[in-house]
Design a protein around this ligand. Sequence first.
Ligand SMILES: NC(=O)c1ccc[n+]([C@@H]2O[C@H](COP(=O)([O-])OP(=O)(O)OC[C@H]3O[C@@H](n4cnc5c(N)ncnc54)[C@H](OP(=O)(O)O)[C@@H]3O)[C@@H](O)[C@H]2O)c1
Length: 277
Amino acid sequence: MTPFLLNVSIIGLGKIGAPLALALLNKGYRVLASALHPEKHRDLEKAGVKILPSSEAARRGDVILIAVKPRQVVGLAEEIRDFVEGKLVISVAAALTTRFLEGLLPGARVIRAMPNLAVSVCESATAIARGESATDHDVEVAKGIFGAVGDCVTVDEGLMDAITGLSGSGPAYAFILIDALADAGVKVGLPKDLALRLAARSLLGASKMVLETGEHPAVLKDSVLTPGGVTIAAVRVLERYGIRAALMDALEAAVRRAEEIRGELLRSAPLVEVQHR
Ligand SMILES: NC(=O)c1ccc[n+]([C@@H]2O[C@H](COP(=O)([O-])OP(=O)(O)OC[C@H]3O[C@@H](n4cnc5c(N)ncnc54)[C@H](OP(=O)(O)O)[C@@H]3O)[C@@H](O)[C@H]2O)c1
């Protein structure tokens, strides 16, 4: 179906749902939405997003996109369960598997997606994984939706917790790097605003080089290292402080946390757990 014929109902207008709603509107989709506090989202309404109660948004949507917090999904499912039969439901909730969602929303075709905060500047790295009954066409629809806010890849669901740790949380790590680099700039005498601008541009430029040249980042890094020069002196310190090991430990912690959250939610929704077995 061409985008402008699709009613996409976005349930949840937070950091992920709101930018998605605007981007899809700009691409010609008809966007319906719901939120807990509709009065907070008048700007979106003015832009053309039709805000309705969740059940009504689900009833009128061809595609239902769940963008509420993982802990809010079980309660939301109660509200929309009667309106999802035979429809594509896309969930961006961290940690919740397609099987869990299929148990909560019987009759729906489910796709799990992991975008990131950069949906707000249409630079998200999004991965999608299909549930048992999602079709090839559903995957194309989901790719169209997340293609409107950046890059979108299709993966096996077994990779989704790792992807959540890597790119779902990725902007947070980059913000820390940028702020830390800028603080380091202040330490060596730069004003913070200048240091922030140069730090952010350096990460942006390096990211573009990796994506656009296709070169391995280690090759690009080596190309900056003059023997006995300035950059290798700094790299020596980064390696001494274990920057690579820190990132590995960080991602392992993120994956463990996703597993814990899933366990907690399964315990709070025992009926779904029964359907899992
Ligand atoms: N933030 C990220 O970086 C990120 C990255 C990848 C994936 N995710 C996933 O994306 C999902 C949303 O995260 P977020 O950061 O966008 O959360 P958020 O900013 O807290 O937004 C949650 C939204 O859900 C709405 N909501 C809650 N219960 C609802 C209900 N029953 N019916 C309708 N709307 C309801 C809230 O309404 P009000 O605004 O009116 O309160 C709010 O707009 C999460 O599951 C998260 O795991 C987030």
